[in-house]
Design a protein around this ligand. Structure first.
Ligand code: ADP
Ligand code: MG
Length: 299
């Protein structure tokens, strides 16, 4: 941990990089609170919810003042339901998850959980309610055990093992000479993208939050592993409010709702079959993907 405190002058840079990749946000945010662009108001309340309804209401947002990214984005994810967001790279999908985690505040409109504006709750309590499996997981320079157990303060060894099993990473860990005590990260064993993702999934399963965000969470997996994990993700998201950002449309065909984003706007919304029947943006994306190899996907 001390190693992370050392390069104080680089924190601003690190902060922006981290925000961009959504990597290890929770830990970094604790370290970087002083640098945060978003601040708790003095009377911010503590969010305490076992189920969470999410609403984006006419949200406008951009990272830079003169470049608007999201335009009038509105949607609702009822408690326990799943919204899948699809669309071309750069459309603004990951930006939605960054706003929900309140890395940034919206320009216009608002984002609410159970009717409470994110700006009226403490960041800490907000983030305690959200589990994220990001596009690129950065692991801590620590044991693989620590990297999973981080999901829940005071987790028992049984719980950690259970989470590893559920994320289909247990057998892999058991085969390592040092098992769960294997050092990973920059200075340890280098894990593949898929293995890192499964560690992040295990961590999230352990955290057991009411809100889940999967940002192309299975993009680094081969299609066989993906199928196994997909079933698991489906099981853990069953009674949780879930935002899935997906490239491979086959993985989200059974979502409660699918939103298609284009150029910072939601251009289509509905269920898989409805959208296919509409013969619009989604139907085109779907048709395109039928010609791709299963493991092939565009970033
Ligand atoms: P998607 O996830 O759909 O591929 P993103 O939400 O990541 O798209 O990005 C939407 C747009 O916002 C892109 O044009 C991207 O370049 C821009 N963008 C993303 N993150 C940042 C950032 N930290 N600073 C400036 N622009 C950004
Ligand atoms: Mg993205």
């Amino acid at each position: 941990l001390l190693q992370l405190y050392a390069p104080l002058n680089f924190l601003g840079f690190v902060y922006r990089e981290i925000k961009h990749s959504l990597a290890d946000m929770e830990k970094m945010f604790k370290l970087l609170r002083q640098n945060a662009e978003v601040k708790d108001t003095p009377d911010a309340r503590t969010l305490q919810a076992s189920s969470a309804a999410i609403r984006f209401e006419s949200v406008d947002f951009g990272y830079e003042r003169n470049r608007q990214i999201l335009r009038d984005v509105s949607f609702e994810i009822p408690a326990g339901k799943t919204l899948a967001v699809v669309g071309a790279s750069g459309a603004g999908k990951s930006t939605l998850s960054r706003l929900l985690y309140r890395f940034y505040d919206v320009w216009q409109g608002r984002v609410t959980i159970n009717g409470i504006d994110l700006r009226d709750m403490t960041q800490e309590s907000l983030r305690a309610h959200i589990g994220i499996v990001p596009q690129d997981t950065v692991l801590f320079n620590d044991t693989i055990y620590y990297n999973i157990a981080y999901g829940k303060t005071g987790a028992s060894r049984e719980e950690v093992i259970e989470a590893a099993r559920a994320a289909h990473i247990y057998d892999f860990i058991e085969k390592l000479p040092e098992g769960f005590d294997t050092m990973v990260g920059e200075r340890g064993l280098k894990l593949s993208g898929g293995e890192k993702q499964r560690v992040a999934i295990a961590r999230t399963i352990l955290k057991n939050p009411p809100i889940l965000i999967f940002d192309e969470a299975t993009s680094a997996l081969d299609s066989k592993t993906e199928k196994g994990i997909q079933a698991e993700l489906k099981a853990i998201s069953a009674d949780r409010t879930t935002l899935i950002i997906a490239h491979r449309l086959s993985t989200i065909a059974d979502a409660d709702e699918i939103a298609v984003m284009e150029d910072g706007r939601i251009v289509e919304r509905g269920r898989h079959l409805e959208l296919l029947a509409q013969n619009g943006h989604y139907a085109r994306l779907w048709a395109l993907q039928q010609h791709e190899e299963p493991a092939d996907h565009v970033a």
